[in-house]
Design a protein around this ligand. Structure first.
Ligand SMILES: C[S@@+](CC[C@H](N)C(=O)[O-])C[C@H]1O[C@@H](n2cnc3c(N)ncnc32)[C@H](O)[C@@H]1O
Length: 356
């Protein structure tokens, strides 16, 4: 990916992009970032880039022409317009979210225009068919800090920028929820200890605890995200239920939700017995794979879409949509997508209780 930033304050970018993940991504060639001084694109001898507003009003406005010339100069004409996105950082733009960052991370080239003063002449946005993005409901003095925020949010999503993709996927907002609390050494800090479950080594129980905490936090702190997530997952679950029923030709018992909002399904009684399960849906892109991992519990995996293979100490076993796989406790394994479409599978992780 290539990112070009147009600004009247190029010096502001020295430093913030020179550390950590963004800097490593630049050095390893994952992203190229170029900062351009908008004053280089003026025709005024004073290199002026702003003027008073038509119709009056306090504050200067950035001229359209230096922005248009700048964007045209840096735009890679070899790319199709859908692969180049021209973004104006703007308080009145659409909100920057994790899913928008993910969408932008797929572009080949991004041209970021930093406004200043009272903003930019509307015709620059119109002519360049730009999109306006805001980093929050507050007004900053210029688009430089928002551009840095946007660059950071996007670059960490580029393949190879962060050591493990799992780490990015476990972050807040990736799946629409806030992250569960995290802990590191020492086990006790000023009398505060780490939740027992995290020391248990039981990965299924840890996953279930984290999901529960995530849901609880999101419900308390971001009811807007929580209701969106529960709505999406309800319809998601209906669809999954249909597919499972179809693939197994058994009638499922109804889905219910516990107090924390975690979906619990007393599963297909003749198949797995009357135990509670957490359902987790996984998606692996073509050519991708999950990390090698193991669970304390035996669990079931239903292949909903695509084809692939499960690799374990026992060897490699191929599967396709409609297959159900039984994974033994402590069996180290990995799922690989060997097909051309996304591989989607549902993991049923037993919890301790039984269904009544
Ligand atoms: C002082 S602001 C202009 C605010 C503008 N008059 C308005 O009311 O929306 C100057 C520049 O800062 C940037 N900016 C300010 N707040 C922003 C935000 N929340 N998100 C993205 N960019 C912002 C924009 O590039 C904007 O052109």
């Amino acid at each position: 990916m290539r990112i070009d930033i147009l600004t009247v304050f190029p010096e502001m970018f020295q430093g913030p992009l020179d550390f950590s993940i963004v800097s490593r991504a630049v050095h390893s060639g994952i992203v190229e970032i170029q900062i351009h001084d908008l004053r280089d694109f003026t025709e005024s001898p004073q290199r002026k880039t702003d003027d008073a507003q038509f119709g009056g009003g306090s504050g200067m406005l950035m001229n359209a022409l230096p922005i248009i010339r700048g964007a045209e100069a840096v735009r890679d004409m070899a790319l199709e317009s859908s692969q180049v996105r021209i973004v104006f950082l703007s308080a009145s733009g659409k909100a920057l979210t994790q899913s928008l960052a993910r969408e932008l991370s797929l572009a080949e080239q991004l041209v970021l225009v930093c406004g200043h003063y009272k903003g930019v002449d509307e015709r620059a946005i119109e002519y360049l068919n730009g999109e306006e993005i805001s980093i929050g409901d507050y007004v900053l003095s210029g688009g430089e800090l928002p551009a840095m925020v946007l660059v950071d949010a996007i670059v960490r999503l580029l393949p190879g920028a962060v050591g493990s993709l799992d780490s990015v996927e476990e972050d807040s907002f990736y799946d629409g929820l806030l992250e569960a609390p995290r802990y590191t050494r020492p086990q006790t800090v000023r009398g505060l200890s780490v939740p027992e479950v995290l020391l248990s080594g039981d990965h299924a129980a840890i996953d279930a605890w984290r999901l529960e905490q995530s849901l609880q936090r999101t419900k308390e702190r971001r009811p807007d995200l929580y209701s969106k997530w529960t709505k999406e997952h309800e319809s998601h679950q209906e669809a999954l239920e249909m597919q499972i029923v179809h693939s197994l030709s058994v009638n499922p018992t109804p889905v219910s939700q516990d107090a924390s909002g975690v979906s619990i399904r007393p599963l297909l009684a003749d198949n797995v017995g009357a135990r509670k399960f957490h359902m987790r849906l996984f998606e692996v892109q073509p050519g991708g794979h999950t990390p090698h991992h193991e669970h304390e519990w035996e669990h079931e995996v239903y292949i909903l879409q695509g084809s692939g293979a499960i690799v374990s100490d026992e060897g490699e076993m191929e599967f396709k949509a409609g297959d159900a796989i039984w994974v033994s406790p402590k069996e180290r394994h990995q799922f690989k997508n060997t097909g051309a479409e996304n591989l989607r599978f549902l993991c049923l992780i037993p919890t301790m209780g039984t269904c009544t």
